[in-house]
Design a protein around this ligand. Structure first.
Ligand code: GTP
Ligand code: MG
Length: 283
């Protein structure tokens, strides 16, 4: 059982979302959990088992695997054979990257009719137990963010002071100082999106390859005026396997924040459709 001490709530000028799927449908909404994987052979079975055992109707899992050398894609296929109606797999080849994996995963989930799209890591830093908590908030919010940096949120005690400092710096410098974001956990990778938000974001124009993808998505969602709720989570260090965080990914984050700020400088919330407007083209 999750102990939610407090929720940090931002209530920005609210974009009216006509005909929310929840109210329009008599059946339970469709939920797709998008899980990107690269060498998660030791995690993917348990992660999928925990997700499928959640008490959530119409929940299915979309694994987006980038041709993992450790055979994660094959294990995913075995899981799909066991649960053909609840597991989908997107096998990507060529250039790998978290950002592109998520973009293609989101596009697939939208095309398949998902009402809510959850994004989460496969390494148990994001506990599946929070998924129902996020979903329970979606009647009133457009995006739920699993946050380490709101009261009640917590980082694994095993994180070194250096890693904490880096994470704090990334959030303070990138998020608040450079981009002026209201969200506290700018690099959060555990989120639940209402489908209309992902439809309003021009996904094919999202350029981030590494984890700065999370920052770009947070920035665009805020600029479009969607209602974002931060739900405190306990962020556990990865249980098994190795991090894919690399120096090039960190460097990309450092320069791309500026590029994001420039590229979306004219983006304004759209009161009508939520469509992206005023955005400059090109990278
Ligand atoms: N499809 C795909 N998934 C990826 C890629 N890089 C990372 N992932 C997945 O994205 C999730 C987050 O990656 P991690 O390596 O755990 O990155 P992190 O959580 O920022 O780093 P740690 O804190 O060290 O765990 C995991 O499920 C990874 O398997 C990639 O290039 N392609
Ligand atoms: Mg991780």
């Amino acid at each position: 059982m999750i102990d939610l001490c407090l929720e940090s709530v931002y209530n920005w000028p609210i974009m009216e979302l006509q005909d929310s799927p929840q109210s329009a449908l008599s059946t339970a909404p469709n939920v797709t959990v998008v899980v990107p994987t690269y060498n998660e052979a030791d995690n993917i079975r348990t992660m999928v088992a925990e997700l499928l055992s959640l008490d959530v109707d119409n929940l299915n899992v979309l694994i987006v695997d980038d041709d993992s050398p450790d055979g994660t894609g094959d294990i995913a296929e075995q899981l799909r054979a066991q649960h053909p109606k609840r597991i989908q797999i997107l096998h990507r080849s060529g250039e790998r990257g978290l950002g592109r994996a998520y973009v293609e995963g989101f596009q697939r989930a939208l095309a398949a009719g998902a009402d809510y799209i959850v994004q989460m890591d496969a390494d148990f830093s994001h506990s599946p137990a929070y998924v129902p908590v996020f979903l329970s908030k979606m009647a009133d919010w457009d995006v739920a963010v699993g946050s380490r940096y709101v009261p009640g949120g917590q980082l694994d005690e095993r994180w070194s002071w250096w890693r904490r400092l880096l994470s704090w710096w990334a959030n303070a410098a990138y998020g608040r100082i450079i981009l002026g974001l209201q969200v506290r956990d700018v690099t959060a990778g555990f989120k639940c999106w209402r489908r209309e938000v992902l439809e309003a974001i021009e996904l094919s124009d999202i350029h981030s390859g590494g984890y700065v993808f999370q920052v770009e998505m947070a920035y665009v969602a805020e600029k479009l005026g969607f209602r974002v709720l931060e739900v405190p989570i306990y962020f556990e260090d990865r249980r098994i396997g190795r991090s894919k965080m690399s120096v090039p990914i960190k460097l990309e984050a450092a320069w791309r924040v500026w590029e994001i700020k420039w590229r979306y400088r004219r983006l304004r919330r759209s009161p009508l459709s939520g469509a992206m407007t005023g955005r400059e083209g090109g990278q």
